[in-house]
Design a protein around this ligand. Sequence first.
Ligand code: DAH
Length: 338
Amino acid sequence: MKEELIALKSELAELLERVNDLVELNDLRAKFLGKKGKLTAILRRMGELPQEERPFLGQLANKIKEEIEFAIEEKNEKIKERIKKDRLEKEKIDVTVPTKVILGHRHPLSIVLNDIIDFFYGLGYEVVEGPEVEWDYYNFEALNIPKDHPARDLQDTFYITDEILLRTHTSPVQIRTMERNKPPIKVIVPGRVFRSDAVDATHSPVFHQVEGLVIGEDITMADLKGTLTAFAKAIFGEERRTRFRPSFFPFTEPSAEMDISCISCNGKGCRLCSYTGWIEILGCGMVHPNVIKNGGYDPEKFSGFAFGMGLERIALLKYNIDDMRLLFENDLRFLSQF
Ligand code: DAH
């Protein structure tokens, strides 16, 4: 029996050599150590031995059992290690292999917005934002746009309920900003706005505006003109001439629109400027006393100016693009030019 036990060890060693995976190893374990295994079979026959030989063989059997267990465990570790190594080898990525990397970059709308923000940061403005789903009160009422004003037309405004809508401009953030802060205020407000328009070269139901609001003591039209003239030159070039035309907005008084000399013909007159030499870039004005009051301030004490522009329009002009749809279609042949 002693020889059998010792032979078992060398038999195992030989078989272990040939085992390659965990399934085979499990089979081998069962074959030697399992209930119907070889070692158990030998131990069953212990009873047949003379009494005096049993302790010695019992000890030997235990030792051999431990050795077998140890050898199997060792092999188990080895196989697992190899599997791990194989996997790492398979998943290895050679980061030094040369390849053509197409780098992403900013969208023209983002480039222009960053330029606008940069300019106003330089003058100490803060950037604030407001909700796209807005109360009728902020979008219209508080901005001095009464219930029967044509701008509220169902044809222009996406209403959600009688009192809730998708904001049609960034101007409601004027009121929200005044409500939350004390003057002086100097903010610009970039954001998405919505109007029930059909898509064409110059219209989209979703577009972007940048609003500006300045409130303080003794703010005058001269501040408005100085600021916006410097702005137009910063974005469109120092050589641009600017002019302010009287206009009307319910939330400003007086109101104006600002033109720049045509970027295409430099003022001589061409198709882009409808042969006027001028191109409109924004609306602006002195904040209406009712709006200042609705913001929570005393219009006798505080005054201010505001302006609003369409970001797409600025981008189209700046990059000489003739169709707004190009800005939304995400065609890489177009986008990669910027
Ligand atoms: N909210 C106006 C629009 O959507 C743009 C505008 C004009 C904003 C004059 C202003 C402003 O703040 O003073 O057409």
